[in-house]
Design a protein around this ligand. Structure first.
Ligand SMILES: CC(C)(COP(=O)(O)OP(=O)(O)OC[C@H]1O[C@@H](n2cnc3c(N)ncnc32)[C@H](O)[C@@H]1OP(=O)(O)O)[C@@H](O)C(=O)NCCC(=O)NCCS
Length: 232
């Protein structure tokens, strides 16, 4: 039978960690994402993002977020994709973990970005969700490098990177909405990654990976497959 998931298999992908489930944001999840963002992500006037999207008025935030989810989905091809994963903490939508790549088949490099609503920050969830996508990229998609970046003052984002073994990859001057920002780039390889002591559980990989231009087989040799985990 033809279903939306058979047409767009990314909708069937789930990454599960001990406390979290990460799934591509579908239309029915957009209200929960908007509500989480409306609850607050960062202090006023201190946007950690290259575009200060979370500072839009409540009237604009929802349509802007919906446009962003639709645009990333619509523009994703095996050659250039951005996967916006909703993050559920025991059933509650708490944030978003992005992973994207260009020419993945050649470069085997992914980049990530994320946010959590304020009330979910500082409990190790940011590290757990970043670890989930990096493990998926390295162990299942066959990535060789994962990159990220954060404003130099963003200790929590750089804290996540540092605790997972990322190394510094240069200080860059970026224009964020016309304002110059010093941005710290970081990168990690499978050899550098400080692996968590839990096993990532993945479902829906084979069909999804085809849309990501990546290997569709199960995890690389030596990687435990869907082992025991507390469950989200
Ligand atoms: C960035 C973000 C996703 C991190 O998630 P989090 O759940 O708050 O962070 P965690 O609790 O997982 O912390 C992970 C590590 O960073 C460290 N850390 C967290 N906040 C820190 C801070 N303010 N200063 C120094 N280290 C910090 C923790 O000690 C932990 O290290 P450890 O495992 O060695 O103990 C989250 O804070 C957030 O959404 N912030 C607002 C949006 C944002 O900045 N997004 C990133 C844009 S680049």
């Amino acid at each position: 039978m033809t279903t939306l998931t058979s047409i767009w298999p990314l909708h069937g992908l789930t990454l599960a960690t001990p406390r979290l489930a990460l799934r591509p944001i579908a239309d029915e999840h957009i209200p929960a994402a908007v509500e989480a963002a409306l609850g607050g992500i960062h202090d006023a006037g201190k946007s950690p993002f290259s575009s200060p999207w979370a500072e839009a008025s409540p009237e604009e935030l929802g349509p802007n977020m919906a446009r962003w989810y639709w645009r990333c989905r619509a523009e994703s091809t095996p050659d250039s994709w951005t996967l916006l994963l909703g993050v559920w903490h025991y059933g509650e939508f708490v944030g978003c973990q992005d992973i994207g790549a260009k020419e993945f088949a050649t470069l085997k490099t992914v980049s990530t970005g994320s946010w959590l609503k304020k009330s979910a920050q500082g409990q190790g969830l940011g590290k757990e969700m970043r670890a989930a996508v990096v493990l998926y990229a390295f162990d299942w998609l066959g990535a060789e490098v994962a990159e990220s970046e954060a404003a130099v003052w963003n200790s929590s984002s750089l804290g996540v990177s540092g605790s997972l073994g990322y190394e510094l990859n240069g200080l860059h001057r970026h224009s964020w909405g016309g304002i110059v920002r010093d941005v710290q780039h970081v990168r990690v390889t499978p050899a550098l990654l400080k692996r968590p002591d839990w096993v990532l559980r993945v479902s829906g990989h084979e069909a999804a990976a085809g849309l990501l231009g990546a290997r569709t087989e199960g995890p690389l040799p030596g990687v435990p497959e869907n082992g025991p985990s507390a469950g989200a």
